[in-house]
Design a protein. Structure first.
Lengths: 278, 249
């Protein structure tokens, strides 16, 4: 009581507002997750994971594999490119040079473009112009362009947050720039880079428009890189659109959520592992 | 014998004239201290000796700096120069890795791969930096878990690991407590037998305690340079006298 009396009214209001905000945020999260899981989990059954999709089983398995393939392929394309571009911009290019300014402006603009525009571009360029059609190739190239600015930005930020004293220490021992970047800077920046990769994965998994335009939305497992398929989000979109299998749509949503949670857990485990190593 | 001969050195950060006509000789196997108010160019000069200023954009230097009679700006590999002229910084800056890997980083950089050789170097460097006994059971621990004073001695050991001739120290004790400071001073006095040491300090008692020569800097110029005894007892320049007697801003 004594403690309470001494507090100013503005403190109490701030305190209340803080807790209110936390409460609302947590409530929304619990509500969404709860809604998806409660409605979805009762409909999860083995037939949903059948190898082949049929109108009877409404299997999400091909879409699950399609998701993993799209995520894997676009990360393979975008992560090295994005990370090395960022390394160039932060560690090699002259600070404040014209070229760097132009690259920054470009990536920032790219980051703001709605995904449907990427989808249209991917469809026209990869699908039609390069003749890749609706395929894993078109889809993963499109999503990799979509996440490239994100990877570059988060990598740049993590590289910049590595203290200059590390660079001085390394150069002061006679190490060159390449060795300094590879052995000192990059390991120190890895947790931040991984956080960016997690965000990128989230963007790909959640994507529908760009995916349907480039990968297509056919319920089967792609046989090769130039084959079409679908992802879980696109699958959900299709199920929800048809409206004939609401239970399966909910179950798919639950599986999608679980996949996202698993990927996040895996990534943060990797980040912790790397931090412990270095 | 002179380790460094500095002749007519001028240095600019873009348009800012940070060092003006510096001339001095730094004798081998002695401790040379740079003192002066902050912003007067002490760090700038010490960083010129192993060309760490190359990393600063817009930094231009004229004049000559000779190391053992050979220009450090001529036909010389800057990484080889920095191997010969080691550096310890104001804030301890161990790498975020184990104690062992911190020390082994330098030798590995210069091509040493053999495990037993690296083990020897790590032990010898830590021993020479008077921290082997404290750390010998913690080689696998992260260097960031050490105390500030231990981290700084680790950084000294790291600098020693590549067998330099010269050790540049830029206010190495300014972030440390008095006990750690005393340990480092004792260590520096011991290292003088094998290395040429240049130390920047804002602490005049420290300069008196450990250095053989002292240079007093003011606004990018070297006002007075001579034997420490002389500089502190009978300074030739009025400004030096004002500074060491504390009559200075
Ligand atoms: N990288 C830099 N760019 C521009 N000016 C600098 C830079 N480093 C130092 N200076 C300026 O040069 C002068 C000398 O700095 P410094 O050598 O660090 O002084 P000290 O170590 O004696 O305190 C100061 O006025 C400082 O502002
Ligand atoms: Mg300084």
């Amino acid at each position: 009581m004594q403690n309470f009396k001494r507090k100013k009214p503005s403190d109490i209001i701030l305190f209340a507002l803080t807790w209110l905000s936390i409460g609302i945020t947590a409530a929304v999260l619990v509500l969404v997750v709860g809604y998806v899981l409660i409605n979805g989990i009762p409909f999860i059954r083995p037939s949903l994971f059948a190898r082949e999709f049929t109108t009877q089983n409404q299997s999400l398995f091909p879409a699950l594999i399609g998701t993993l393939m799209i995520v894997g392929l676009s990360l393979i394309l975008a992560v090295p490119l994005g990370v090395f571009s960022a390394i160039y911009l932060v560690e090699y290019a002259k600070r404040g040079s014209r070229f760097v300014a132009i690259v920054r402006l470009t990536t920032e603009t790219l980051a703001g473009i709605p995904s449907i525009v990427y989808g249209l571009f991917g469809f026209i360029f990869f699908g039609v112009f390069l003749g890749w059609g609706l395929s894993l190739m078109s889809g993963s190239f499109t999503t990799s362009i979509m996440i490239l600015p994100l990877i570059m930005r988060t990598t740049e930020e993590s590289l910049k947050s590595v203290p200059d004293t590390y660079r001085e220490g390394s150069f002061g021992l006679g190490a060159g720039r390449l060795r300094t970047v590879m052995r000192i800077i990059l390991p120190a920046a890895t947790p931040g880079i991984l956080a960016g990769v997690i965000l990128a994965i989230g963007r790909i998994i959640g994507e529908t428009a760009a995916i349907i335009f480039t990968l297509g939305n056919v319920a089967r497992m792609p046989n090769n890189l130039f084959d079409t398929g679908r992802t879980l989000s696109a699958h959900m979109y299709a199920l929800a659109n048809e409206g004939t299998h609401p239970g399966e749509a909910h179950a798919t949503a639950a599986v999608l959520l679980i996949v996202v949670i698993l990927i996040n857990a895996l990534s943060s485990w990797i980040a912790r592992f790397i931090r412990k190593e270095s | 014998m002179n380790k460094f001969s500095i002749k007519d050195v001028n240095l600019w950060y873009n348009d800012f004239h940070a060092l003006k006509n510096i001339n001095m000789s730094i004798p081998a196997n002695e401790i040379t201290a740079f003192i002066g108010p902050s912003g007067c160019g002490k760090s700038t000069l010490i960083k010129s000796l192993n060309r760490m200023n190359d990393l600063v954009e817009g930094c231009k230097i004229t004049g000559s700096i000779l190391l053992d009679g050979q220009s450090i700006h001529g036909n010389i590999d800057v990484n080889a120069l920095r191997k010969r002229v080691g550096m310890v910084f104001q804030k301890p800056n161990p790498f975020p890795m184990s104690v062992y890997d911190n020390i082994a980083y330098g030798p590995r950089t210069h091509g040493i791969r053999s495990r037993s050789k690296l083990n020897d170097i790590v032990e010898k460097s830590l021993y020479d930096a008077a921290i082997w006994d404290e750390l010998k059971d913690r080689l696998k621990k992260s260097a960031l878990s050490l105390s500030g004073g231990q981290q700084q001695r680790l950084c000294i050991a790291r600098a020693l690991s590549v067998q330099p001739d010269v050790l540049l120290m830029d206010e190495p004790t300014s972030a440390l407590d008095p006990i750690s400071t005393a340990k480092i001073e004792e260590l520096v006095l011991k290292l003088k037998n094998s290395y040429t040491i240049v130390i920047v300090t804002h602490n005049m008692q420290q300069a008196v305690r450990i250095s053989d020569n002292t240079g007093f800097f003011l606004l990018g110029e070297i006002v007075e340079y001579g034997e420490t005894q002389q500089v502190f007892s009978i300074p030739k320049d009025k400004r030096t006298e004002d500074y060491i007697t504390g009559r200075f801003g």
